[in-house]
Design a binder for this molecule. Structure first.
Ligand code: HEM
Length: 477
C-alpha cells in the first residue's frame, strides 16, 4: 500500500540510515580510544598507537626487522608497534616470556600457518596443551630417532651442491669469470634436503640448477603478503574462502599448489591396505598416529620452516666470512689441516665437524649476527603481566626484536655488531658466567629453551656442519 506521506517516509528512512551510521562510527571511535588508552603508557610511534596499518605497511616492505631495530634504539627495550602489539629487545625479558613453563602462549598471528586449511599444524596450534600433544608425536621423526636416512640424504645433497659448483661455476683463466648467486644456490641445497627428507621426493634443484617446483618463487612472491595478513588474522578468512582463493594470482601460488599435491600423493601411499612402510620422517609421523591430513600438512609446513631458514644461515655466514678475511683464512686453515691430518673424512661426518672448534664458532656467530627467523612471533597471556618494567594488559601481543636481542652490547660486548667468531673460543678468556649468558641468548635463534623450540634444529645443524666443510673443499682451477 502506498504511503500517504511519501516525503515523510523518505525522511524517516534517511534518518534511520544516519542514526545507524552514527552508532557504528561512535562504536568504532570508542573502541579505538579504548585500544589506544590501554597501552598509552608504552612509548612508540604515534600512528602505531591508533592503527595496525602502520605495522602492516612495514611488514609489506619486507624490512620490518630492520625497522624495529631503529624503534628499539629510539624508544628503549619495549615499544608499541600497533594498537595491541608491543616489541621487546631485552634478551632476559624475551627469555622470560618464552620460558618453557610460563603462562604465555602463541598470539593469533600464528593462525596464518594454517593457510587455507581448517586443520591445525604444529606451527599454527596456539593452545599450549594441544601444541605439546602434537609436538610429542613429531619429535621422534625430527630428532632422527625413528629415521635412518637423515645423514645419507644430507651427504647426497651436499655432493650435488659441490658438483654444481664444480660443473658450472668455477672461474678460470681459460673459462673466464663465472659468477654464482650463492643466495639462491644455498636455497636449492636446503630445499633438496628438506623435500627429500619430508616428502620423500627430492626436488633436484641442484641437479637441474633451477627452482624445479617453483617453490622458491612462490614463497618469495607471497611471503610479505602472508606475513602482513598475519597481523590482521581475520584476513585469514579470505584465504579460506574459495571465491577469494580463486582470485589469488596463480603465478604466485602455483609452486605451493604443486608441492601440496605431491605431499598429499606421497602421504596417501603410507595409508590403506597396501601401504608403504618406511623408516623416514613420514613413516615416523604415521607410526605415531597422525592422520593422512596431518601427515601431508606437517610435511608441507616443514618445507616452509626448514628451507629459507637454513639457506639464510648459509648465505649470511658465507657473506660474513667473505667480508672478514681473517675469519675466512682461519676457517680454511682449520679445514685444510683437518683433512691433511685425517680428522676429516670425505664427506665430513657430523661428529668430526663438531670437533672443529673454529667452524662451530663461525656457525654460532653467523646465526647470531643474522638470525634466520626474524618474524614478530608474538606471544600473549590471559592475565596482566609486567614486561620490561611496564604493565602489559591481558591479550597484548608481545613480539621480539631478534636483531637487537642478538646484538645486545651488555651480553655480547661493545663489538656485538661485528662478526667475530673468536668471541666463542676459550682464547677470548670470557668469564664463564658471561659465556653462559651469551650461549643462552644465542640459543633463542632456535627458540631454545621455549616450548616452541625449533623442531628442525638438529637437521639444520647437520646441514651447516657439513656444507661449509664440503663447499670449502671444492676443487679449484
Ligand atoms: C638455521 C635454521 C633454522 C632456524 C634458525 C630456525 C628457527 C626456528 C625458531 C626460532 C622457531 C620457533 C618459532 C616460534 O617462536 O614459534 C622454529 C620453529 C620450528 N622450526 Fe625451525 N629453524 C630452522 C630450521 C628448521 C628446519 C631445517 C626445520 C625442518 C626440518 C624446521 C622446522 C621447524 C618447526 C616444525 C617449528 C615449529 C616448532 C613448534 O611449533 O613446536 N626449522 N624454528
Amino acid at each position: 500500500m502506498e504511503s500517504t506521506y511519501p516525503e515523510l517516509t523518505r525522511i524517516t528512512r534517511a534518518n534511520a540510515v544516519l542514526a545507524v551510521a552514527a552508532l557504528i562510527l561512535t562504536y568504532l571511535l570508542i573502541t579505538r580510544i579504548f585500544l589506544f588508552r590501554r597501552l598509552s603508557h608504552i612509548p612508540g610511534p604515534k600512528l602505531a598507537s591508533w592503527t595496525a596499518l602502520y605495522l602492516v605497511r612495514h611488514q609489506l616492505s619486507g624490512r620490518v626487522a630492520r625497522h624495529v631495530v631503529s624503534l628499539s634504539k629510539r624508544y628503549g627495550p619495549i615499544c608499541r608497534i600497533a594498537p595491541n602489539w608491543v616489541i621487546i629487545s631485552s634478551p632476559s625479558e624475551v627469555r622470560r616470556v618464552w620460558q618453557a613453563r610460563g603462562p604465555w602462549y602463541r598470539g593469533r598471528w600464528y593462525e596464518i600457518f594454517r593457510f587455507d586449511q581448517p586443520i591445525e599444524t604444529v606451527m599454527s596450534l596456539r593452545k599450549n596443551t594441544d601444541h605439546a600433544a602434537l609436538r610429542s608425536k613429531l619429535v621422534p621423526g625430527y630428532s632422527g630417532k625413528d629415521v635412518e636416512n637423515i645423514h645419507s640424504v644430507i651427504d647426497a645433497r651436499v655432493a650435488d651442491f659441490v658438483s654444481l659448483i664444480e660443473r658450472k661455476y668455477l672461474s678460470s683463466k681459460d673459462g673466464g669469470f663465472k659468477p654464482m648467486d650463492l643466495a639462491i644456490k644455498s636455497q636449492f641445497f636446503t630445499l633438496d634436503v628438506i623435500s627429500d627428507l619430508a616428502i620423500g621426493t627430492c626436488f633436484n634443484c641442484l641437479q637441474e640448477d633451477s627452482d624445479t617446483y617453483g617453490q622458491i618463487s612462490s614463497i618469495t612472491g607471497s611471503l610479505p603478503l602472508i606475513l602482513a595478513m598475519a597481523i590482521v588474522p581475520t584476513s585469514l578468512l579470505l584465504l579460506q574462502n574459495p571465491i577469494a582463493r580463486a582470485l589469488l594470482p596463480k603465478d604466485k601460488v602455483e609452486g605451493l599448489m604443486r608441492q601440496q599435491a605431491l605431499a598429499q600423493k606421497n602421504a596417501a601411499r603410507r595409508f590403506g591396505e597396501s601401504k608403504e612402510v618406511r623408516r623416514d620422517m613420514m613413516g615416523s609421523f604415521v607410526a605415531h598416529g597422525l592422520s593422512w591430513e596431518n601427515v601431508w600438512l606437517e610435511t608441507f609446513g616443514q618445507i616452509g620452516a626448514g628451507t629459507d631458514t637454513t639457506a639464510t644461515a648459509i648465505r649470511m655466514t658465507m657473506f660474513f666470512l667473505m667480508s672478514s678475511p681473517g675469519a675466512y683464512n682461519r676457517l680454511q686453515t682449520e679445514i685444510d689441516t683437518g683433512i691433511q691430518e685425517g680428522r676429516i673424512s670425505s664427506p665430513v661426518t657430523d661428529e668430526e665437524s663438531r670437533k672443529l672448534v673454529y667452524l662451530q664458532a663461525v656457525i654460532k656467530e653467523g646465526l647470531r649476527m643474522w638470525p634466520p627467523v626474524q618474524g614478530l612471533n608474538p606471544k600473549i597471556c590471559d592475565t596482566e603481566q609486567v614486561v620490561c618494567g611496564k604493565r602489559i594488559p591481558a591479550g597484548t601481543n608481545v613480539c621480539w626484536d631478534a636483531l637487537s636481542v642478538m646484538q645486545d652490547k651488555e651480553v655480547f660486548g661493545d663489538d656485538a655488531e661485528v662478526f667475530r667468531p673468536e668471541r666463542w673460543l676459550d682464547e677470548a678468556g670470557v668469564d664463564p658466567d658471561r659465556k653462559k649468558v651469551m650461549e643462552q641468548v644465542q640459543g633463542l635463534v632456535f627458540g631454545t629453551p621455549s616450548r616452541w623450540e625449533c623442531l628442525g634444529k638438529q637437521i639444520a645443524l647437520f646441514e651447516l656442519n657439513k656444507v661449509f666443510v664440503e663447499v670449502s673443499s671444492c676443487s679449484t682451477v
